[in-house]
Design a protein around this ligand. Structure first.
Ligand code: VG1
Ligand code: CO
Length: 549
């Protein structure tokens, strides 16, 4: 319960802010919006108000190091003390990657954690900031909790804080803050230990330490630098310089910390240059995404999940799997592996929060999203470095390059050509109208032909959680075609300006002579049909997407 109002605890009058509604992954707004007096404190108080008195014991706190991170940590610590928490565990320097925070919540059995990050969104004074709340299982708060936080934010009239000097975040140590214990700890060690227990570090050390196998990991000046250096360069003895852009910077060096072919251009150039390394990888702002590149091309995240599933038996921590799950827009590549291996396979809405119950209930071991997110039951978040180590472990066990493993996979299971087209910063009203137009026509689309494609089924994805029975509707429009292709339309829940329309497109190919075609060209007829059906140009004024992955 609240600490007895004493000398230190202070009640600050406030008024609700519109729109403190967590999206796909926490509350994400511009730095400028977060700078409004009381904006951060209001949202944090709304989180605390949804926690019962007996869930205010201990918290984990840290962030991706972006602009505003340190200051926010000091303010949240004072609020936590005033709201009666007994103990907060903070990463040194205010640093905690999202998967490391999940690991610490679980290891220390805290009531949850607050992660300060806008993930792959740019940082700096003109960038974005974000606050995510994870529960006692270490995973993102489920929709019932985020809805309660939003509701609480709408009726706030005060928050509690206390007057105390800043804690020294740069040295490990134990502090007293208005009667609350603050432990500043190494942000990397527990997480690195956890991964060391899952993978064959001896085999990886032999491969990376010998210099026989050269790799590069691009931390994009975001949070994974210290983690990658500890794991790859120290524990696995890869040569210094294996980790590039390894210093976390407040503005990510001016870059966009999203590990895809567009934003991880330095790494992509290196992999396409003379004498490229055998393997390249990158992670995002908060360390939960991964991009994996072999010589000769990158590995689509949908395929990546399928390959990890098919080869899991080669990895010590994953000799047997309970089941797998993918987000709905993710291609059905993993479904084919699951069917062949008799594994349960679940299809969830976009966002990691929907995997939590399946993992907690022991129904799945591996899960992933097309948006460069892959993970497992070791934590309750997607995990960039984990995915990289999983790939390296498979490469070491099979003694084959990444692309060769992928090619063999296609030959065995067929290939699901997949692409995502993002139309960013489009007018919200236009984007909403596009989605509404599709919803209205769900009944009439089947049977209609658009170019070469005939629609066979159309629906608006709804998910009933098999563990707690909760239902989430309106999770994306799915269109299926006679050719076996599928497209999905949904609006992003992580942007901070206007709307972002995401168009996901896939088509399955079994013919062994057609497995290495150009993805965009192969999917062009389906993409054209999708654009015509939705009226993308009419609603958004755009003829081409901003980002293609
Ligand atoms: C995007 C991705 C989604 C991912 C989410 C958070 O959401 O599509 O798959 O879970 O980002 O990722 P949206 O609503 O913009 O499509 V991250 O790395 O923020 O934590
Ligand atoms: Co992220």
């Amino acid at each position: 319960m609240n600490r007895e109002p004493g000398v230190a605890v202070r009640r600050v009058e406030t008024r609700p802010f519109e729109g403190q509604k967590p999206g796909t992954s926490g509350l994400r707004k511009s730095v400028r919006e977060f700078a409004e007096p009381h904006y951060l404190e209001n949202f944090v108080q709304a989180i605390f108000n949804t926690l019962g008195g007996d869930a205010r014991d201990a918290l984990v706190l840290g962030g991706d190091g972006r602009y505003g991170n340190r200051d926010a940590i000091q303010r949240i610590l004072r609020q936590a003390a005033a709201n009666g928490f007994r103990r907060v565990i903070v990463g040194r320097g205010g640093i905690l990657s999202t998967p490391a925070a999940s690991c610490l919540i679980r290891k220390h059995g805290t009531d949850g954690g607050i992660i300060l990050s806008a993930s792959h969104n740019p940082g700096g004074p003109d960038g974005d900031f974000g606050v995510k709340f994870n529960g006692a299982n270490g995973g993102p708060a489920p929709e019932s909790v985020t809805a309660a936080i939003h509701a609480a934010s709408g009726s706030l009239d005060h928050y509690l804080t206390c007057d105390a000097p800043d804690i020294d975040l740069d040295r490990d140590g134990c502090h007293d803050l208005c009667g609350m214990q603050v432990d500043v700890i190494d942000p990397v060690a527990d997480y690195a230990d956890l991964l060391e227990g899952l993978f064959d570090f001896d085999a990886l050390r032999e491969m990376l330490g010998s210099g026989r196998f050269r790799m590069r990991f691009d931390a994009m000046h975001a949070v994974t630098g210290p983690y990658a250096r500890e794991i790859l360069e120290r524990r696995l003895e890869a040569p210094a310089g294996t980790v590039m852009n390894g210093e976390p910077l407040e503005d990510f060096g001016g870059g966009h910390p999203d590990p895809n072919l567009v934003h991880a251009h330095a790494l992509v150039a290196l992999m396409n240059g003379d004498d490229p390394p055998a393997f390249g990888a990158a992670s995002d702002g908060d360390g939960d995404r991964n991009m994996v590149l072999g010589r000769g091309g990158y590995i689509n995240p949908c395929d990546s999940l399928a390959v990890l599933t098919a080869n899991a038996h080669l990895v010590p921590g994953y000799r047997s799997l309970a089941g797998v799950a993918r987000s709905m827009p993710t291609s059905r590549a993993v479904d084919r592996v699951a069917a062949a291996r008799n594994l349960p396979c679940y299809e969830t809405p976009t966002g990691w929060k929907f995997f939590g119950n399946l993992l907690d209930d022991g129904r799945i071991t591996l899960c992933g999203e097309e948006s460069f997110g892959t993970g497992s039951s070791h934590v309750r978040e997607k995990d960039g470095l984990w995915a990289v180590l999983f790939w390296l472990n498979i490469i070491a066990a099979r003694q084959q390059p990444a692309r060769a493993i992928l090619r063999e996979h296609w030959r065995q299971f067929g290939r699901d050509y997949f692409t995502r087209h993002d139309y960013e910063g489009v007018d919200s009203a236009g984007a909403e109208a596009l989605m509404a137009g599709l919803r209205e026509r769900l009944g009439s689309l089947p049977g209609q032909q658009f170019g070469e494609e005939v629609v066979t089924e159309a629906d608006d994805f709804a998910y009933e959680d098999p563990v707690d029975g909760s239902v989430s509707r309106g999770q994306g429009i799915r269109l299926y075609f006679e050719s076996g292709a599928r497209v999905v339309f949904r609006l992003s829940g992580t942007g901070t300006a206007g709307a972002t329309l995401r168009l996901y497109c896939e088509r399955y190919e079994r013919d062994p002579t057609l497995l290495e075609l150009d993805t965009q060209r192969t999917l062009a007829p389906v993409l054209d049909a999708a654009a015509a059906i939705a009226g993308i140009e009419a609603h958004t004024g755009r003829t081409t997407p901003d980002v293609i992955t």
